[in-house]
Structure formats: C-alpha cells, structure tokens
Design a protein around this ligand. Structure first.
Ligand SMILES: [Zn+2]
Length: 212
C-alpha cells in the first residue's frame, strides 16, 4: 500500500440502484448488495439484456426516486408547506386586520399552489421513469454524447449527462439521462446500450440498467 497515491481512476462501478461502489475486482452482472443489474463497463459490450417485464426494481431505488433524491419533489413540498403556513396565518389575521389577512392568505395560496404543482410534476416524471424501467419494451440503443453538466454541483462534483438514441419501428427516438459515477467519463459516442421505453409513448425511456 502506497501513501499519497492518487485514486486509481474510474476502474470500478457504482450500483445505479443502491449507490454501492464495487471495485473492478468485484465486477459482476448483479449488485450483491441490492440485487439490481449493474451497468456494463464502458466499451463495446452492451451487457446483459433487461429481464422480461414486469421487472422488479430494488425498493430503495424507487423510494429514493420519488422522495429523497427527487429535488423537484423536495422543493415543491417545502414551497407547499410554506404556502399552507401563510394561508393559515392569513385566515387567522383576517379576524384582526382583514386586508393584511387576505394578503397573507392570497400569498400563501399562490405559493402553496406553485409548490404543489412543482411537486406533482416532479413525482410524475419519476413515476414515468419507474414505469419505463418496470414494464418498458426493450430496444438496442446507442450512446450519442457524454458531457459534464456544470449546471448542477454536489460535493464539488458535476453529473454526466448522456444522450442516447434507439429505434422504434425504424424511427429514431432520443433520450437523455444523468449519472454521477465518474466511470461515465470513459463512455464514448457510439457505445451500445440497452434502452427500455413505454410502448404507448416511446419518448418515456430509460437506459437499462440506469446510469449510476
Ligand atoms: Zn445495488
């Protein structure tokens, strides 16, 4: 063991479902922690095809997607809570000073409505992802582009945005996804990948397994 060594680079893989990191020496098709399918390492291999639908997703993943990892849902919930607080405060103030009470109430109602809309839109988009992953049809896709998304930063890191294309009845359909795993930096345009999509609306799709 050498001290002061730089990290050896992205050699392992992070489980996209439970975020457990597996060094390359432990490479496997499925995560020993949560049972979810692990992505193939960057390169010409598409990895194992998605299992037939309906697919069982690791429970923690769907829960995270709908709540704690869902920024829109979190922000929306906070807005809605503030709105509700102001609305209640406004109702109380109506008995003391009507114009002020009404003002508070209107502000609270507006704020709360916006929060509720943001929250429900974010949850809907998460549910669509889960829908595609659970029962989506399978297509062979191809990676188009990988770039770091500097508009989002967490712990001094930026996620990787991956654009992909797949074909439904001969028609190209595009999709994009985001992942924090540094291994994504090694992915190249043209790489094959698996895509699952909602048959009634192929614009709702996901890479399989999701990008970590
Ligand atoms: Zn896992």
């Amino acid at each position: 063991m050498q001290y002061g060594m730089m990290p050896a680079g992205p050699s392992g893989v992070t489980c996209p479902w439970c975020k457990h990191y597996w060094p390359s020496t432990m490479a496997a098709a499925a995560c020993a922690n949560c049972g979810g399918a692990l992505p193939a390492p960057p390169g010409p291999s598409r990895g194992l095809a998605p299992p037939p639908a309906p697919r069982r997703l690791p429970e923690r993943y769907t829960k995270d997607l709908l709540s704690s990892k869902n920024v829109g849902a979190l922000v929306g919930t906070v807005f809605a809570a503030f709105g509700a607080l102001f609305a209640v405060l406004g109702l109380g103030l109506c008995f003391v000073l009507l114009p002020l009470g009404l003002g508070f109430f209107a502000f609270g109602a507006l704020f709360g409505t916006i929060g509720g809309l943001v929250r429900s839109a974010a949850r809907k988009s998460a549910l669509r992802q889960i829908d595609a992953l659970t029962r989506g049809f399978v297509a062979e896709g191809q990676l188009i582009a990988v770039r770091q998304d500097f508009s989002e930063t967490l712990n001094e890191r930026n996620p990787y945005r991956i654009d992909y294309v797949f074909y439904v009845n001969g028609q190209p359909v595009g999709g994009s996804t985001k992942g924090w795993d540094i291994v994504n930096a090694l992915r190249q345009p043209g790489e094959p990948l698996w895509v699952v999509f909602v048959p009634e609306d192929p614009t709702i799709s996901s890479v399989w397994p999701p990008i970590g």
